[in-house]
Write a protein that binds this ligand. Structure first.
Ligand SMILES: Cc1cc2nc3c(=O)[nH]c(=O)nc-3n(C[C@H](O)[C@H](O)[C@H](O)COP(=O)(O)OP(=O)(O)OC[C@H]3O[C@@H](n4cnc5c(N)ncnc54)[C@H](O)[C@@H]3O)c2cc1C
Length: 320
């Protein structure tokens, strides 16, 4: 077994390489914390799975997700961030302002004075082959990100919870018609949200309706084949956009039973802060945000996490 004195010791370990992780790295590196980022299996995070990003400030002509993430990585590296490919597999956090331990790839342990968790969240999908085929070509899991591309067009959205209802009403402002596909004969959303959906003229709710296949051609989606699970009636809705809003899963298995989280698994941070329930452990980005889930908000909380890590270390060094 490795002697603890032989383990690598870092001031700031960042788990995750999406907009939150890289922004935390930019700030931590400029504060001389010499951050080490572990990328996980998706270097660059969720945005590497999309084409156009039109709403990240600073890119007046838009930018593709992979280019944006390469830019953020280069900016973090410019100030001395070490970016490593690796996956955090276990953690042993100190409860009393001591040094934390993080295991990488099931073998190597690293000691860290502060840990910034930026492991993001994963959108849930229906699991249809056609959904995967047209992902990014008419299929999306983010109405706020991609709704604009379907301005004036007809779209469908799947889901029955508050997020689906919220996203349907968002789309209804941009699109000509929104079909809302609800699997059961009722919503799961709150009464207020259902009321909002019902009072939006261009949303048509189809209950007991399941998606069988998303249809399209080389230009992208041009329809969705649905079935009524009661009557077994099938039909094709003429839509060019298909939005999936059946929830997200935060990437927090690693922290279960260790960090405070809500019933879905989102990490709970203190009010107006990225601090978790353990001193020296901070969480930023989608892993702690089920409300906004945008690259810019992830980056914003990444900045907060680095500033808080720096202040935590300064207070610790001065014996506070
Ligand atoms: C298809 C699509 C299109 C989108 N379009 C837009 C858009 O146009 N505009 C916008 O603002 N937002 C968009 N979003 C949302 C945006 O991508 C997210 O809000 C943002 O990426 C969240 O950033 P994050 O850093 O919190 O996490 P993520 O981007 O999810 O990154 C998480 C990182 O953590 C790593 N990780 C996970 N577990 C571990 C582990 N155990 N060890 C080490 N690393 C780990 C992953 O490898 C990944 O690098 C889109 C999302 C999707 C899926």
């Amino acid at each position: 077994m490795t002697n603890i004195d032989e383990l690598e010791h870092v001031k700031c370990l960042i788990i995750g390489s999406g907009p939150a992780g890289y922004t935390a790295a930019i700030y931590a590196a400029r504060a001389d914390l010499k951050p080490v980022v572990y990328t996980g299996i998706v270097p660059g995070g969720q945005l590497t799975q999309t084409t156009e990003v039109d709403n990240f400030p600073g890119y007046p002509q838009g930018v593709t997700g992979p280019v944006l993430m390469e830019d953020l990585k280069a900016q973090a590296e410019r100030f001395g961030t070490e970016v490593r490919f690796g996956y955090a597999t276990k953690v042993a956090f100190s409860q009393d302002k001591g040094t934390h331990k993080v295991q990488i790839d099931g073998s190597k342990w690293i000691l860290a004075e502060t840990v910034i968790i930026a492991t993001g969240a994963t959108a849930k999908w229906l699991g249809l082959p056609s959904e995967e085929k047209y992902n990014g070509f008419g299929v999306s899991a983010c109405a706020v990100c991609d709704g604009f591309f379907f301005k004036g067009q007809d779209v469908a959205i799947v889901g029955a919870g508050d997020t689906a209802a919220e996203e349907a009403t968002y789309l209804a402002k941009l699109c000509r018609k929104v079909y809302m596909l609800v699997r059961r004969d009722e919503f799961r959303a709150s009464k207020a949200m259902v009321h909002r959906v019902m009072n939006t003229a261009n949303i048509e709710v189809l209950y007991n309706t399941e998606t069988q296949e998303i249809v399209g051609n080389e230009q992208g989606v041009n329809g969705v084949r649905v079935i009524n699970n009661r009557t077994k009636e099938e039909k094709v809705l003429d839509v060019t956009g298909f939005f999936v809003a059946i929830g997200h899963k935060p990437n927090t298995e690693l922290f279960q039973g260790i960090l405070e989280m809500d019933e879905t698994g989102y990490l709970i941070t203190k009010a107006d802060s990225t601090a978790t329930n353990i001193p020296g452990i901070f969480a930023c980005g989608d892993v702690q945000d089920h409300v906004y889930r945008q690259a810019i908000t992830a980056a914003g909380t990444g900045c907060m996490a680095a500033l808080e890590a720096e202040r935590y270390l300064a207070a610790k060094e001065s014996g506070e």
